[in-house]
Ligand binder design. Structure first.
Ligand code: 5AD
Ligand code: SF4
Length: 316
């Protein structure tokens, strides 16, 4: 699918036709089962200063925490007991020591025997290799924005090419690799959004997570208009059509902007994954990447999947 076709689908394809096409692709390639990843946000510490994110290093108001290995293992055990099929360990960038995380990964994969996904940002090849050897099977690293200039503006001190290099290292190490981007970032044009979609396709990602931009009060983008849910769903549907076999989540950002229907609409527009949150409750609210972030717990995940007429293996 080329950029012109992506733009056409984004702008002028009637929505219900686009959605039905994506839904049929999802059914044919992935079936009706919705995979549930247990998300553990194990540290809110971050060295970066992404302009949109509440965990940016310069935000002195952010509450910083790092869970102990035992607390992570406990949360992972609870996730699996409740039917999560894999564990996602997420944190800000540079939040932890590589050896420490390798041990946590090893402990989870040895004792719980589920795939472990890491989402801890840009690190060097040695760290990625260490974690792979410890048993991490998957890695999530969204490219965030495919436009070199917009990327540089929103990520002071960082460059898109370095992020793409990390993605290529992760793939070469044999990780199942996930990417993605934010829809409706201030400065994103329709053309850039089409580039974002095209880049995911070009990278041949195994997974792609996308969500609408939501402003966070203590960031330079406080007060900026949120991304459009409708546009985000369009982008999701196009990703499904262009990458039929990819695992595509209906994200927490969709659930935050539309708590009742956001994830259901995602599941009906091509998504086949949810990521219910298993971060211990006392820390969950500190992981404030954007305002009023909804906690998608297993009950709400199960309810949304059932409402969408699909199956899951969650246990309440
Ligand atoms: N709005 C939407 N998504 C955001 N993220 C971070 N801050 C925001 C925001 N304000 C996304 C980034 C990151 C993921 C964990 O959350 O894409 O990769
Ligand atoms: Fe840090 Fe990720 Fe937030 Fe950027 S988006 S400031 S890397 S936690």
């Amino acid at each position: 699918m080329d950029k012109q076709e992506i733009l056409r689908l984004l702008i002028s394809e009637p929505w219900e036709e686009l959605r039905l096409r994506a839904d049929a692709e999802r059914q044919a390639a992935k079936g009706g089962h919705v995979f549930c990843r247990g998300l553990i946000e194990f540290s809110s510490i971050c060295r970066r200063n992404c302009a949109y994110c509440g965990l940016r290093a310069q935000n002195a108001k952010a509450h910083r925490y790092r869970l102990k290995a035992e607390a992570i293992l406990e949360a992972a055990t609870e996730s699996v007991a409740h039917g999560a099929d894999s564990i996602v360990l997420q944190s800000g960038e540079g939040a932890c020591d590589a050896m420490w995380l390798a041990e946590v990964v090893k402990e989870i994969s040895d004792t719980l025997r589920v795939p472990v996904t890491l989402s801890v940002g840009e690190r060097n090849e040695r760290d990625y290799e260490l974690w792979k050897d410890a048993g991490a099977a998957r890695y999530l690293l969204r490219h965030e924005s495919a436009d070199t200039e917009l990327y540089a503006k929103l990520h002071p001190g960082y460059a898109l090419k370095d992020r793409l290099r990390c993605l290529s290292i992760l793939k070469s190490l044999g990780y199942e690799t996930g990417g993605g981007f934010i829809v409706g970032l201030p400065g994103q044009t329709m053309d850039i959004l089409a580039e974002d979609i095209a880049l995911c396709v070009h990278l041949k990602l195994d997974m792609a997570g996308i969500g609408p931009f939501i402003a966070q009060t203590d960031t330079p983008l406080a007060g900026a208009t949120s991304g459009s849910i409708d546009l985000c769903l369009r982008a999701l549907a196009i990703l499904r059509i262009a990458m039929p076999n990819a695992n595509l989540p209906a994200t927490t950002a969709l659930a935050t902007l539309d708590p009742k229907m956001g994830q259901i609409r995602g599941l009906m527009a091509g998504a086949n994954v949810l990521m219910p949150n298993f971060t211990p409750r006392e820390y969950g609210s500190a992981y404030s990447i954007y305002d009023k972030k909804k906690r998608v717990d297993i009950c709400c995940a199960a309810r949304d999947i059932e409402f969408a007429g699909r199956s899951h293996s969650l246990k309440m």
